[in-house]
Structure formats: C-alpha cells, structure tokens
Design a protein around this ligand. Sequence first.
Ligand SMILES: Cc1cc2nc3c(=O)[nH]c(=O)nc-3n(C[C@H](O)[C@H](O)[C@H](O)COP(=O)(O)OP(=O)(O)OC[C@H]3O[C@@H](n4cnc5c(N)ncnc54)[C@H](O)[C@@H]3O)c2cc1C
Length: 272
Amino acid sequence: MKAAPFDYVRARDAAHAVELLTAAEGFVKIIAGGQSLGPMLNLRLVEPDRLVDVRTCPDLRGCRDEGETIVYGAAVTHSEIEDGAVPDPCHGWLAAAARRIAYRAVRNRGTLGGSIAHADPAADWLVVLLLLGAEVVVLGPGGMRTATLAEFVTGPFSTALDTGEVLAAIRIARRSDRVRYGYRKMAMKVGEFATAFCVALDDPERGESRAVLGAIERPPITVDDLPNVSDTAGAEAFVSACVPGLDAPAVRLHAVTLRRAVRDLECPGLQV
Ligand SMILES: Cc1cc2nc3c(=O)[nH]c(=O)nc-3n(C[C@H](O)[C@H](O)[C@H](O)COP(=O)(O)OP(=O)(O)OC[C@H]3O[C@@H](n4cnc5c(N)ncnc54)[C@H](O)[C@@H]3O)c2cc1C
C-alpha cells in the first residue's frame, strides 16, 4: 500500500514547527526520522493532511553540555549517540544501548525525540531513559515546559503532548563512572523490537538502584529498590505482581530478563 496524499512542509526551527502545527487546518503531524511514521503512513494507519518535517531544524539537532546534565535536541539520531558524535552521560553505556536498536539504516534516520514521542512500550530509549530519570522539554503555543519522562509517557503509544506541541529536547543527568548497569533485551532476531526488556542501575553516589521492565502492553514499569531475584520462583512472583494478567510463558521470559539484568550489576564493566 502507499500513503494517502499529504502536504509536506519543512520547519525552519522548533518555533516554526509549532506555528505550522497550530496554523494549518486539518490533521497535521510531525515527521522526524520517519522510521515509525513511514510504515504507519504506508499502511494508512494515519492519514494526515500535512506533515511538518523537523529532522533538519538546527535547534533540534544540537546537543548542549550543561555540566551536570546533557541536553539532546529531539532530532539527534540513534547513530549519532552510537558513534559518540554527542557526549555520553553514562561513560559509553548510552552509546552501547543505541547500538542495540534495530540496524544501522534505521539508526541513521531514527531520532531520540521520535522514539520518545511514538512511545512504543518496547522501544529501547523509553526503557533506557526511564532508568536514567530523563526529563523532556516541550515547546508549544504557550511556551516551553519540562516534565519527567515518567510523567510524559501516559500509556502505550500515548504521551502528554498537546495539540501544537513539539518535543524539543531530552535532558539526561551525568553519571559517575562508578555506576553499574544491567541490560537484557530479548528479541526474536537481532535488530527486532524486544519481546522482553529489562535494564537496571546501581548508582552508589546518588544512592539509586532501580530496574525498568519494558516490552509489556503498558508503559515500562520502574522498580525502585531492586528486588531480591536470586531464585526463579521469586522473580516470577515479582513479575506477576508487577504485571497482573501476563500468561505463564511471558512471566517466565520477563522474570529471566529481570534476573539477568539485576545480576549484571555484580559484573564490572559495561553491560549491554
Ligand atoms: C525495521 C525497524 C526496526 C526497528 N527496531 C527498533 C528497535 O529494535 N528498537 C527501537 O527502539 N526502535 C526500533 N524501531 C523504531 C525506530 O527506533 C524509530 O526511529 C523511532 O521509533 C521513531 O523515531 P523517528 O525519528 O523515526 O520518528 P518518526 O517515525 O518520524 O515519528 C514517530 C512519531 O513521533 C512523532 N514525532 C517525531 N518527532 C517528534 C517531535 N520532535 N515532537 C513531537 N512529535 C514527534 C511523529 O509525529 C510520530 O507520531 C525500528 C524501526 C524500523 C523501521
């Protein structure tokens, strides 16, 4: 199938995108890398009257090092993070996580902001950035606002973006090199979306230790205070309690990813 006809405009910057979103009549949609929206257009799951392209907006393409935090423009691509073209607040762990998204052609075009705005519950960035306690910066007709990623993602494929708003940036706090990470992504094939996903973190300086479970039919679940998952039965009971209604094979799969991600924290070096 081919996409239904639509009008196409390239925004000059984020403010221009907001203007274009609010000025036009009909159904207007932002496009960034097109790696999720493209297939949806072709399948006619969405039929916008107009696309506003933000991929080349200079203010969405940049990255600002604020010392304690790094602020990524929403149109920074997965491969720019993978390649170290922008700073990594996690001493290489963010780059390693980027490398596990799909395959290079997708990573060359797919953007951080597009992935977050799409809010696929199995998406890598959603799970990874929730673990890191990221914040989002949103620009709309009323100005700029900030929210935690946890507040921003309201459900599977659903966010708190209002009409006329553009996701402008993602802010991630710098972590020390003493932080340990756990990372377990189960997929049917390399480059596919996860069927079970768990990341974990132990940050002695900030006193944080938590895990995030993803690839479930709801927004990823953040577990503060890591559970004791030394045995399979305990891990399965924990997953069942977190996600009621999962069938037994799914519980087993998520429990295995949780156990392995938590156990990764005991190993030195980057876990991805
Ligand atoms: C074959 C294939 C395999 C993939 N595998 C994975 C995978 O393993 N893991 C993974 O995480 N992802 C995967 N993806 C998805 C990929 O990471 C996409 O890049 C990402 O989900 C969307 O980013 P995008 O820039 O392409 O956004 P687009 O497709 O352009 O847009 C997606 C949605 O976000 C909105 N949007 C985009 N930018 C903004 C913005 N700045 N402000 C407000 N709204 C915005 C659009 O309106 C649209 O609704 C895969 C994609 C493909 C095609």
